[in-house]
Structures are given as C-alpha cells and as structure tokens.
Design a protein around this ligand. Structure first.
Ligand code: SF4
Length: 108
C-alpha cells in the first residue's frame, strides 16, 4: 500500500507547487498588463487636468483619470509638463549637473 501511496503523494505535492508557480506567473502577467493600460491614461499630462479631486478635468470630468480617458480626443499636452521634463535635472547631489555642463561649455 505504501509503495503506491508514496508516488501519489509526491505527484500531488509537485502538482501543488507547479500550480502555485503558474498562479503566481498569471497574477504577475495580469498586473503588468493592468499597469501598462493604466499608464496610457494621459490626464496628468493634459492642459485640462486641474489636479483638484473635486473637478479633475474641465472638459471631461467624469472620464478624467479613468480608463475611459485613454485615447481621449480632447487631450492637449500641457506646456508646463514638457518644459518640466526638459528642465528636469538630477537631484542626487546638491550641484546641478546641467549648470555644471553649461559652465563647461562656457569655459571651453
Ligand atoms: S481632456 Fe481628456 S485627457 Fe485631458 S484631462 Fe480631460 S479626460 Fe483627461
């Protein structure tokens, strides 16, 4: 009896471990897919986004910051966002790397 029970228990244990890994992998894949979809919401880069939770968007207040806002036809890139991105400098040290690069350009 024990010679039959041992392989069955081993098989059951390995099947449980395999199921655990498969479930974890599926959860990870779904999470990544959801994150990619949510990152497509453009509202935080839009000129009509207010940043106020009472009225998030002046054009489409219901759709703002939801998945319905993906590919929003009223999206208008905020100029401050692009300039903020362009002027963003490293904050790892007290000296700005951009100003250091400018000084090097002026001195040469
Ligand atoms: S206009 Fe569209 S993209 Fe812009 S904030 Fe409103 S819902 Fe978001």
């Amino acid at each position: 009896m024990q010679t039959i029970l041992l392989p069955i228990c081993l098989l059951f244990a390995w099947a449980t471990i395999a199921l655990l890994f498969w479930s974890g992998w599926n959860t990870l894949r779904q999470g990544i897919t959801t994150l990619k979809r949510l990152h497509r919401i453009p509202c935080d880069r839009c000129v009509f986004f207010t940043g106020d939770y009472r009225l998030k968007c002046t054009v489409r207040p219901i759709e703002a910051l939801t998945e319905d806002a993906i590919d929003c036809r009223d999206f208008e890139p905020a100029p401050s966002y692009s300039s903020r991105r362009a002027n963003r400098s490293c904050t790892a040290c007290p000296k700005s790397c951009k100003s250091k690069a400018k000084k090097e350009l002026v001195s040469s």
